[in-house]
Design a protein around this ligand. Structure first.
Ligand SMILES: *[C@@H]1O[C@H](CO)[C@@H](O)[C@H](O)[C@H]1NC(C)=O
Ligand SMILES: *[C@@H]1O[C@H](CO)[C@@H](O)[C@H](O)[C@H]1NC(C)=O
Ligand SMILES: *[C@@H]1O[C@H](CO)[C@@H](O)[C@H](O)[C@H]1NC(C)=O
Ligand SMILES: *[C@@H]1O[C@H](CO)[C@@H](O)[C@H](O)[C@H]1NC(C)=O
Ligand SMILES: *[C@@H]1O[C@H](CO)[C@@H](O)[C@H](O)[C@H]1NC(C)=O
Ligand SMILES: *[C@@H]1O[C@H](CO)[C@@H](O)[C@H](O)[C@H]1NC(C)=O
Ligand SMILES: *[C@@H]1O[C@H](CO)[C@@H](O)[C@H](O)[C@H]1NC(C)=O
Ligand SMILES: *[C@@H]1O[C@H](CO)[C@@H](O)[C@H](O)[C@H]1NC(C)=O
Length: 631
C-alpha cells in the first residue's frame, strides 16, 4: 500500500510528499531493494528465504523484539505494504524511532501455529548504516475522512468479506477448511476483502480515531476488539457490530499489547469509546491487530450499563404465556451468581411462565465424584425466585449419565426447565431416565414427559435435548417444548486464519443434532399440524449456517427473530472475536407463529452490554410471548 509521507528535518524535505520516485533521495540512499519488493502483492513474500542488501527505511516504532521500518521510496501500488517488521532485539537496541537506516538482511515467513497466517518479516538484520536521525514520524490516519494514500479516496477497511478464498464469499460456507491462504497465496484485493486490506497495511504505523470498543477485553492482558471512524456495517443500537448474513465484520481489529510496556485499560465494555490509538498493524496470534505505542484509555463509558427491563410480560392466560431461555454458564448450587440471575429473570424478564435453562451443573458443580443430581442447584434457584417474585416456581430436568454430556468434567451440565406453577404444569408427567430415548406417540404425546432425545453417536459428549409437554393450569393451553444445547464451536479456527472458509468446530455434530431434533419435532407436526411447539436454547450456531438451515427445513418450525420482525443487527446473545452474534435462538410451530406480533420476541442484553465482573453469564437470555390456546 502506498502513502504520502513527509520527512522534515535533516533531509530538508519539509512537507514534501514523496511521489514514489526513488531518485528524490538519490545521493544518500542508493536502494538495492524496497520494502514493497519484500512485502509484495500477496500474503507471503516471493522473496521468502532470500537475503538482500541496502534496504532503506524510516524507523516508525520499536517493540521488545524488533522495530518497524517504513519505505522512504514508497510505490503507488495499494497491494504492497510500505512497512515491514525487522526482528531482532539486540539489533533494535541502539536504533531510535525517527532514524532512517539502511540494512542488509533476510526475508522470512514466520508463524507460531499452522492455524495462523504467515507474517513477512526481515530477520538477521545486519550492516546497519544510519542515514539520518530525528525525522518526523507521521502515522497513516485510517479514517473515512482522510485521503493520505496515493491512489485511494479513503483509507477504510472493507466491511463484509474476509478472503477471496471463502466459498461463494461466505465465511460460514459448508464444507469449510477446503483451502489455505498459505497454499494459495492469493494476490491481495484490499478494496474488497478485509483480510487483504489489513495485510496490505502489515507493519504500518497508523492512527485510529473515534475508537469504539466491541465488548469487554478479550483476555486478561486487556486485548480489545475495536473499530475506528470508518464506514461500518452491521452496527447495532449499542454501537457494536453484529454478525449478519454474509457480513462478519472484517472492519474490526484487536488492540494488542502496548509496545512501551504499559497496559491497556481493562474495564471497557460494549459501545465505550476510547482515546485515539496510534500503533502498528500486525498479524498476531491469528488476528489482525494494532499494537499501540502506549496503553489505551477510555474516552466515554456508555451509560446506562444495563438495558431497560423487557416489555414482554405473561398475561396469565393461554394466549399470553411467556417463554424465556437462558444459558446460565456452568451454574451450580451455592453459586454466588444466584441473586443476580434471579434479578435478571424477575426484574428484566418479568418472571416468565417458563424458562429453558442450559448449563445447569449437578449439585457439587465441577467436583468429579460421580454425582449427577442437580436438584439442590435447581431448588436453590427456584426458592430464591419464589422469594423475590412472590409467585411459586418449580423445576424439572433429567439427570445425565455421569460425564457423558460434555462440558467441564464432573459438572454434568444439562438442560432444565424452571416454570411458574401458578401458570403451568407438566401434562401427564412420566419422567424418563438418562438412557430412555423419548419418542412421539399417537396423540401426539410423548413417551416420556419430560424425556431426552438421545441417539448415541449424534449426541455423544453433548447435551441431549429435553422435551416436555405442558398445559396451562386452567387446561385451556397445551404445548410442547424442546430445550437444546447443541455441541460447541470448540476447535474453530480464527476468522482471519489460514484455513478457508475457517474451520467451524463441531459443525458436523450440530448438523446431525439439528436433523435428529428437527425430525422429532416434525413427527409431532405430522400428527397435528396445529400443535404448539417451542424449541429454544443454545444452538451454538448462527442462522443461515448449515446446521440451522437443516434444522428449520426438517422441523418445519419458524425462526422467532423473523416472525417477530426483530432487526437483523439486534439479533445477538453473545460477543466473540469483535462481533455480537446469535448462538441462542427460539423457533415456534406455524400455529403459534401466526399470532406472534412485532417485538413479541427479545434478546435481553443484560450480559453482552455490561463491564467485566457485572456479567452473570457469557450469554444473554431471550424472551418470547406466545399463544398456546388449544383452540
Ligand atoms: C549498497 O550500498 C553501498 C553503499 O552503502 C554500495 O557500495 C553498494 O553498491 C550498494 N549495493 C547495491 C546492490 O546497490
Ligand atoms: C520460506 O523459505 C524457507 C527457506 O527457504 C522455507 O523453509 C519455508 O518453507 C518458506 N516458507 C514459506 C511459507 O514458503
Ligand atoms: C540468509 O539467506 C541466505 C540466502 O538464502 C542464506 O544463505 C543465509 O543462510 C541466510 N542467513 C540467515 C542468518 O538465515
Ligand atoms: C550499542 O551501542 C553501544 C555504544 O555505542 C555499543 O557498545 C554496543 O555494542 C551497541 N550494541 C549493539 C547491539 O550494537
Ligand atoms: C483442515 O484440513 C487439513 C487438510 O487440508 C487437515 O489436515 C486438518 O486436519 C483440517 N482441520 C480440521 C480442524 O478439520
Ligand atoms: C486490570 O488492570 C489493572 C491495572 O493495570 C490491574 O491491576 C488488574 O489486575 C487488571 N485486571 C485484570 C482482570 O486483568
Ligand atoms: C435430591 O434428591 C435426592 C434423591 O434423589 C434426595 O435424597 C435429596 O434430598 C434431594 N435434595 C434436595 C435438595 O432436594
Ligand atoms: C464418544 O466420544 C468419546 C470421546 O468424547 C469417544 O471416546 C467415543 O468413542 C465416542 N463414541 C461414539 C459412539 O462415537
Amino acid at each position: 500500500m502506498a502513502f504520502s509521507v513527509s520527512i522534515p528535518g535533516q533531509l530538508g524535505l519539509i512537507d514534501e510528499p514523496y511521489s514514489g520516485v526513488a531518485g528524490l533521495l538519490a545521493a544518500p540512499l542508493v536502494s538495492a531493494i524496497t520494502v514493497a519488493q519484500i512485502t509484495g502483492e500477496r500474503y507471503q513474500s516471493l522473496l521468502n528465504g532470500t537475503s538482500f542488501t541496502n534496504l532503506t527505511g524510516l524507523v516508525t516504532a520499536k517493540g521488545p523484539s524488533g522495530l518497524w521500518l517504513r519505505s522512504t521510496t514508497p510505490d503507488d501500488n495499494e497491494r504492497t505494504s510500505e512497512s515491514v517488521y525487522v526482528f531482532g532485539a539486540a539489533f533494535a537496541h541502539n536504533i531510535t524511532r525517527g532514524q532512517i537506516i539502511t540494512i542488509d538482511g533476510n526475508v522470512t515467513e514466520y508463524r507460531s501455529s499452522t492455524a495462523y497466517l504467515y507474517l513477512t518479516e526481515v530477520t538477521t538484520p545486519r550492516n546497519v548504516r544510519i542515514v539520518s536521525s530525528g525525522n518526523a514520524v507521521e502515522p497513516v490516519v485510517l479514517s473515512k475522512r482522510t485521503s493520505g494514500l496515493i491512489g485511494r479516496r479513503d483509507v477504510s477497511p472493507p466491511t463484509e468479506l474476509y478472503s477471496s478464498l471463502d466459498t461463494n464469499n461466505d465465511i460460514f460456507a459448508y464444507p469449510n477448511n477446503v483451502s489455505r491462504v498459505s497454499a494459495e497465496n492469493p494476490r491481495l484485493n484490499p478494496g474488497r476483502f478485509g483480510m487483504d486490506f489489513w495485510e496490505s497495511l502489515s507493519g504500518e504505523l497508523v492512527t485510529i480515531q473515534g475508537v469504539t470498543a466491541l465488548g469487554r477485553p478479550a483476555n486478561t492482558f486487556g486485548d480489545q476488539w475495536v473499530y475506528g471512524d470508518w464506514k461500518v456495517t452491521g452496527e447495532n443500537s449499542r454501537g457494536g457490530l453484529s454478525v449478519v448474513d454474509k457480513d462478519s465484520n472484517p472492519e474490526t481489529l484487536i488492540v494488542g499489547t502496548p509496545l512501551d510496556g504499559t497496559r491497556n485499560v481493562n474495564t471497557t465494555k460494549l459501545g465505550d469509546t476510547l482515546e485515539t490509538i496510534v500503533g502498528v498493524v500486525q498479524y498476531d496470534f491469528g488476528f489482525y491487530s494494532i499494537l499501540p505505542l502506549t496503553g489505551t484509555k477510555i474516552k466515554d463509558a456508555k451509560q446506562p450499563e444495563l438495558p431497560p427491563p423487557s416489555n414482554i410480560k405473561p398475561n396469565g392466560k393461554c394466549d399470553g404465556i411467556t417463554v424465556g431461555s437462558y444459558n446460565a454458564e456452568n451454574f451450580a448450587a451455592g453459586n454466588t451468581r444466584v441473586p443476580r440471575i434471579v434479578e435478571h429473570i424477575v426484574a428484566y424478564m418479568n418472571s416468565p411462565s417458563i424458562v429453558f435453562l442450559q448449563e445447569i451443573q449437578d449439585n457439587n458443580g465441577e467436583t468429579n465424584n460421580g454425582n449427577v443430581d442437580a436438584n439442590a442447584t435447581l431448588l436453590e434457584l427456584t426458592t430464591a425466585l419464589s422469594a423475590r417474585s412472590l409467585v411459586p416456581w418449580d423445576f424439572v430436568d433429567v439427570d445425565p449419565v455421569n460425564n457423558q454430556d460434555g462440558g467441564a468434567p464432573g459438572g454434568n451440565i444439562r438442560n432444565a426447565y424452571i416454570y411458574r406453577s401458578d401458570q403451568l404444569r407438566l401434562y401427564k408427567p412420566n419422567p424418563g431416565g438418562p438412557l430412555d430415548a423419548n419418542a412421539v406417540l399417537p396423540g401426539p404425546s410423548l413417551r416420556y414427559n419430560p424425556g431426552r432425545i438421545t441417539m448415541p453417536q449424534v449426541f455423544n459428549s453433548s447435551r441431549k435435548p429435553l422435551v416436555a409437554e405442558w398445559e396451562t393450569v386452567d387446561g385451556k393451553g397445551h404445548f410442547f417444548t424442546v430445550n437444546v444445547h447443541f455441541t460447541s464451536k470448540g476447535g474453530s479456527s480464527s476468522l482471519a486464519g489460514d484455513p478457508r472458509p475457517p474451520v467451524n468446530g463441531g459443525i458436523d455434530g450440530r448438523i446431525a443434532q439439528g436433523e435428529v431434533t428437527g425430525a422429532f419435532i416434525a413427527e409431532i407436526l405430522k400428527q397435528d399440524k396445529n400443535a404448539a411447539i417451542i424449541a429454544a436454547g443454545d444452538f451454538n450456531e448462527f442462522s443461515g449456517v448449515e446446521p440451522l438451515k437443516r434444522f428449520v427445513e426438517v422441523s418445519g418450525l419458524r425462526d422467532l427473530d423473523v416472525v417477530a420482525n426483530i432487526k437483523d443487527v439486534e439479533r445477538y446473545s453473545y460477543t466473540f472475536g469483535g462481533s455480537q452474534q446469535e448462538l441462542d435462538h427460539a423457533y415456534v410451530s406455524p400455529k403459534p407463529a401466526r399470532s406472534v406480533r412485532n417485538k413479541d420476541f427479545e434478546h435481553v442484553h443484560v450480559n453482552t452490554w455490561v463491564s467485566g465482573g457485572n456479567e452473570v453469564s457469557d450469554h444473554d437470555p431471550a424472551l418470547a410471548k406466545l399463544n398456546v390456546c388449544r383452540n
